[in-house]
Structures are given as C-alpha cells and as structure tokens.
Unconditional design. Structure first.
Length: 439
C-alpha cells in the first residue's frame, strides 16, 4: 500500500479554509449601500451645482419680491415649475451622456450655423444682463457688511476668474459643491421669521389667481428664474466634460432630480421668509437684493438677516463664476471653437478670452454710478422666461431623434411636460404684454 509522505499535500489543501459561513445580510446590504453611495458621490456634481446656481441674486431678488409683494400667494407656482425643471434638466443631462456633445454642438449640427449664431447672440445678450445681476448681488450682499462695491466687485471678479481659469474641472466642481451647502442658510432664516406655516402650505397646494399685470409679470419672472435657458447649455456641457456615459447615467439622473428639488425647496423658504416679514410691513418694495436681508432684521432678528446676507454673497460668487462659463460654453460650442476648463489657455483662447471679457463687462457694468440695478436684474429674469420656449423647441427636436438618441428618446410624459411648459410660457408672455399695453 502506497503511503503519502509527510511532505505530500492532500488534494485541495490550499483551497480549504474551514466551513463556509454565509455573509450576514446586514453586512451585505451595508456594503451594497456603501458601493452605491460612493458611485453617486463620484458622479454627483453637474445636476446639483447647476440647479443651485439657479438661485442666483436675480433669482433671490425675484423670490424675495414675490414674497414681499404677494405674501404666500405665489408659492403654488413652485410645484409645477419643479416638475418642469426636473423634466427639462433631465433631458439636457441625458443628451449629454448619450451623445457626448453639448447642446450648442447639437443645435449647430441639426439646424445649421446661421440659426445657431442668431440663437447664441440672443441668449448671449440675455446672459450679459444676468452676469451684471450676479455682480450687483455681490455688491449688495457685501454692502450689508460695509464693504464698498468698488472694492467687493473687482475682488470678486478676480477671485472667480482665477478659480476657473487657473483650475481644472474636478477641483472647481468640489469647490462649487461645498459652496452649494451654504444655501441652507435660507431655511434657517425662514424659520426664524416665524411664518404662518399652515397658510404657506395651503397656498403651495392651492393656486391663487390674479389678473393684475404685475402678478403675471412676476409669474413669468419666477418661471424664468427657475428654468433658465443657460442652465440647459451649462448642464449638458458639464455632463460631457465630466465624462458621464450611458453606464453612469442612472446616477447622474438622481443627481439632477436631487438638485432640482433642493433648489426649489430653497426658493420656497426665501419666499416664506419675505412673506412672513416684509409683506406685513409698510414698505413692501424691494429696491435692492440686500433690502430683503435688512428687512428681516426687525422681524426675525439680526441673525436671520445675517444668514440671508451670507447666502446672497455665496450665491453671487457661485453664479458670477458659472454664468459667464455657461455663456462661453454656449457660444464656443455653437460656433465650433474649443471649450472646457480642463483645457489650457493656449488650447482654448477664444473660450477663456470670452469668459474673461464677460466677467470684466459684468463687473464694470455694476460699477457705473446711478445705474438702476433692480431693473436690470428683473428684466434679465423676464427675458429668461421669454427665451425659454425657443430653447425647449430645440431640445425637444433633438431629444426625440431616433438617429441621435436611439432607445433614450423622450417618452410621452417628458414631451407632454416640456411642451406644456413652452405653451404656458408663450401664453403668459402674450397675456403679460397685452395687459401691460392695455393698462
């Protein structure tokens, strides 16, 4: 009989580690959740940042005026605009992930250079007003702390220029994500204002109608400041530059939805804070973005006003960096020039030159003595609302092309909501113009 030597190993000895123990279900669930959370963190950014930057000084002013002039009556507009915002933003992100191209690129390829040039020109002019509004908000916010606009605006312009031009996509995105968290100062301000929560929630659910032309203008402004044309161009370009693919798109979609919900929740608290304080005062007119912060102090205390002002400064810096960037993306993509903050200055001279010029013009515009900044800001928000249907027309044509999107084309409800948004904006604009002239 053949006996195995002591050096001879038994079959499968290296593969045997004792009895196999089933992995604990809680541990397995935790590891799965951890994996998904890490994957979400890796993809999160474009949707959340784009939606939060939408609450820029122009948006804050519009929401503040809505609360100051009409109390809680316009809160009902936030629910349909949130739904529409999610649908429109998701369309832009999906086109970026599936095609790997920005919206301006796709418009040029589908509709030709002439129409693209005209579209970029009109949107660029509207964006110039928006960029000036961002620096106006910075001047107003730091003005509360006694800083002259002739100091705050040039320093702010230099800061945002340096961050974008000298940085690359990932570090810039991390900075913007951190700054986005500062927007939560507005809910705190709202709670300190001690609003009538029952009335606020009732008016959020039940629409309040008014034939006053100013009420209609305010609705157009609210929708225009919530769903802005530039957001779609910037979001799609960001998704492309981040390298989001079909495989990653599910998480990017969550990023977009989360960002849209958060931005309108913040808008809700801004309206509520001003409705609970300024609306009940004798001075409902806000002539400056910082007026809302100052007006909170007698009713909600210095801390509430301070938080409102900090949120305003933060929003101004974020939007002053992003909006010129979005405009530069729009124009360079549409006209076929190199673009992207991961490229060096020498590789994208027109992109960076345009970005620099927009910041210089926007900051310089604010420094003009006696300029009616309030009118500039409000007109820019209404212009966004008027231009939105044209941008949605392009997006709907593109996102429904089988050759371009394949199985990722829009569904029935996506087309219905985006199309209805366009129709509503056109109808509101016509009514607004008609009642203004008739009055």
């Amino acid at each position: 009989m053949k006996v195995a030597s002591k050096h001879q190993e038994l079959p499968g000895r290296h593969d045997y580690h004792g009895p196999v123990r089933p992995r604990h279900p809680v541990l397995r669930t935790w590891k799965m959740m951890r994996y998904r959370l890490l994957a979400l963190v890796a993809v999160i950014g474009p949707g959340f940042i784009t939606a939060n930057v939408d609450n820029d000084p122009g948006g804050i002013l519009t929401y503040s005026q809505a609360g100051a002039k009409y109390g809680y009556a316009l809160l009902w507009t936030l629910i349909p605009t949130t739904i529409a915002l999610i649908v429109v933003q998701e369309m832009a992100a999906r086109m970026g992930a599936i095609t790997g191209k920005g919206l301006s690129d796709l418009i040029r390829e589908e509709f030709g250079l002439r129409l693209t040039f005209f579209t970029m020109l009109v949107l660029g002019l509207a964006d110039i007003g928006n960029i000036a509004a961002e620096f106006a908000g910075l001047a107003s916010g730091l003005g509360i702390f006694g800083v002259s606009k002739y100091i705050s605006v040039p320093l702010g312009a230099l800061l945002v220029w340096g961050v974008i031009v000298k940085g690359s996509y990932k570090p810039v995105e991390r900075i913007l994500l951190v700054l986005s968290l500062i927007y939560f100062t507005y809910p705190v301000s709202a709670f300190l204002a001690k609003p009538d929560w029952k009335l606020a929630l009732t008016n959020t659910i039940i629409p309040q109608f008014n034939s006053d032309p100013n009420y209609l203008i305010m609705i157009v402004g609210l929708i225009g400041t919530t769903i802005t044309p530039w957001m779609q161009f910037y979001l799609q370009a960001s998704v492309v530059e981040k390298g989001v693919s079909k495989r990653d798109y599910g998480l990017t979609r969550l990023d977009v939805i989360f960002g849209c919900v958060v931005t309108d929740v913040i808008a809700f608290f801004i309206v509520v804070a001003c409705a609970a304080t300024i609306f009940h005062s004798q001075h409902r007119d806000i002539t400056d973005v910082a007026d809302a912060a100052r007006a909170l102090v007698p009713f909600a205390g210095k801390f509430a006003g301070l938080l409102f002002a900090i949120g305003l400064v933060n929003a101004s810096l974020m939007s002053a960096a992003i909006l010129p960037l979005a405009t530069s993306y729009n124009i360079c993509e549409g006209l076929g020039f190199e673009s992207g903050i991961d490229k060096r200055f020498g590789e994208a001279k027109i992109f960076y030159g345009l970005y620099t010029g927009l910041i210089v013009f926007g900051a310089g515009f604010v420094l003009i003595p006696g300029l009616p900044l309030l009118k500039v800001i409000l007109i820019s928000q209404v212009a966004n609302g008027v231009l939105l249907p044209f941008v949605l027309f392009f997006m709907l044509r593109l996102v429904n092309q089988e050759g371009l999107m394949g199985e990722y084309r829009n569904g029935f409800w996506g087309n219905a909501i985006a199309g209805s948004t366009s129709v509503v904006m056109v109808a509101l604009t016509v009514v607004m113009i008609w009642t203004s002239f008739a009055g």
